[in-house]
Write a protein that binds this ligand. Structure first.
Ligand code: AIR
Length: 186
């Protein structure tokens, strides 16, 4: 598993990442505050499950705008292939990232305010034409990671194979649950 020449890891412990994959895909997970990290751990778990390398950063579009600018500008050059940006309240991080990179950006609106995340959702999803952010549900860290995995699967057949397997298992689980329920309602 590639560690990446620019590992900006602040939090995550990468030692548990599955080692069997030789895929070079790399995702950047950026979040507006360390208070978003408990939520974003769900995304990291998905990447561990699929054996995909990632870096994690705390970057605020408002508190560290210069860092946000540099990160987004250099992300493609640094070898990232997808960016996940999570933020709450006036959540401009994903949009700011998307404005300065040719990479696909997935936005995670974080439920961190008195408005229950509706503010974050609208700030993330209501992008002007020309600068798309693929926005998942409020607190949708898991699906954000899964979408990133699917995007990477277009380039890496090994990853697509894992996505196919994942979806097969998901369907089998539901079929099993249905069978169990049929037995219980007799
Ligand atoms: N935030 C940080 N900088 C800009 C924004 N929008 C967001 C964080 C977090 C929320 O503000 O993404 O969800 C609260 O941050 P904190 O650091 O006060 O806990």
């Amino acid at each position: 598993m590639q560690k990446g020449k620019n590992s900006f890891l602040h939090f995550a412990n990468k030692t548990n990442i599955e080692e069997e994959s030789n895929v070079m895909a790399k995702v950047a997970v950026v979040m507006g505050s360390d208070s978003d990290f408990p939520l974003m751990k769900k995304a990291l778990d998905v990447f561990k499950q699929f054996g995909i390398d990632y870096d994690v950063r705390v970057i605020s579009a408002h508190r560290t705008p210069d860092v946000a600018h540099d990160f987004a500008k250099n992300a493609a050059y640094r070898g990232y292939e997808v960016i996940i940006a999570a933020a709450g309240k006036a959540a401009h991080l994903a949009g700011v990232m998307a404005s300065m990179t040719p990479l696909p950006v997935i936005g995670v609106p974080v439920k961190s305010s008195t408005l229950d995340g509706l503010d974050s959702l609208l700030s993330t999803v209501q992008m002007p034409q020309g600068i798309p952010v693929a926005t998942v549900a409020i607190d949708g860290a898991y699906n954000a990671a899964l979408l990133a995995v699917e995007i990477l699967g277009v380039k890496y057949p090994e990853i697509m194979g894992k996505v196919v397997e994942y979806k097969k298992n998901l369907a089998e689980e539901v079929i099993e649950k249905d069978k169990k329920l049929q037995g219980e309602i007799l």
